[in-house]
Design a binder for this molecule. Sequence first.
Ligand SMILES: NC(=O)c1ccc[n+]([C@@H]2O[C@H](COP(=O)([O-])OP(=O)(O)OC[C@H]3O[C@@H](n4cnc5c(N)ncnc54)[C@H](O)[C@@H]3O)[C@@H](O)[C@H]2O)c1
Ligand SMILES: N[C@H](C(=O)O)[C@H](O)COP(=O)(O)O
Length: 326
Amino acid sequence: MSNTAAKTASGHNSTLPVIAVTSGEPAGVGPDICLRLAQRKWPARLVVLGDRELLAARAAMLGLDANAIEIHHVPLPKSALAGRLDPANARYVLDLLDVALAGCIRGEFAAMVTAPVQKSIINDAGIAFSGHTEYLAEHTGTPRVVMMLAGAGLRVALATTHLALKDVPAAITKSELETTIRILHADMRNKFGIARPRILVAGLNPHAGEGGHMGREEIEVIGPVLDKLRAEGMDLVGPLPADTLFTRNVLAGSDAQLAMYHDQGLAVLKYAAFDEGINVTLGLPIIRTSVDHGTALDLAGTGKASPTSLFAAVDAAIDMASRRSN
Ligand SMILES: NC(=O)c1ccc[n+]([C@@H]2O[C@H](COP(=O)([O-])OP(=O)(O)OC[C@H]3O[C@@H](n4cnc5c(N)ncnc54)[C@H](O)[C@@H]3O)[C@@H](O)[C@H]2O)c1
Ligand SMILES: N[C@H](C(=O)O)[C@H](O)COP(=O)(O)O
């Protein structure tokens, strides 16, 4: 099966891209929001990866019909209860990713879209895991990828992702930062169709280091990398004080914003766009998008979880897949 050629014998439209949607942590809201994909007509064939009984049980709780979505059955080792994490099901969450990734690499899926996982329970089960981003990089043999969340007109990429705040300064080296900006720049063109992206780059320290009086990373690391890449023709602005980078006047005309660490950028993005935000992994050989929220264990099975971020992530994956196939 090609990523646009479904089995016509089973009634699928053979010209639509096939998108894998992993339903994520079984105790979280992932199954709930995946069931809600049936609310919309999509210009794609969506295949939800998950345990058939789990999805049927969650659908019953929510008054929905699990038969309204296409399910690729991946078995749970143990039945899952909404809101109740169980390390016995941690491997299942990774199985979903492995099936989706293998399908993308074989060309059966045009893209994968991920519902949220609970990083802590995977680690509690004895499997080192810091996020989809890092997992997919490792499992595709990609040395460096970039996490970017987008919504409300912002595209916020991160120079560092899931690591302790105390480890951030050492992780921002000239070579890592240069690679990050190159990936961001290339994928703004390839995945978003922006010919000459203008990228704002945040400093690390308050007031971008205040001329070296509040930290020297801007002078010793960030500034020289920007100068080098500007000399190649990239449109880069910074290092800018992060507290005002996201004000309207500074943002005007920019295509993406690079934050130095997770919460420097994502607090702003989630404030501005929590209902519509998406997460994209740049630099991967496959297309992967995701929701901008977590497992929301408090909402699983209640019907209160909004599916709109998942809808936006699916829309974005379909767009990127169509750009790639053109
Ligand atoms: N893409 C992902 O896999 C992803 C993304 C973010 C967080 N996480 C993980 O999720 C777990 C819980 O994280 P958290 O508590 O920091 O964030 P969270 O996003 O799960 O919850 C934060 C708040 O937002 C609400 N919320 C979340 N999703 C919602 C939705 N769809 N509709 C309405 N309200 C929603 C929750 O009820 C909660 O009040 C952690 O393990 C974290 O690592 C995973
Ligand atoms: N940093 C993301 C966020 O806050 O939304 C989230 O943890 C998901 O990351 P992965 O896509 O790497 O799982």
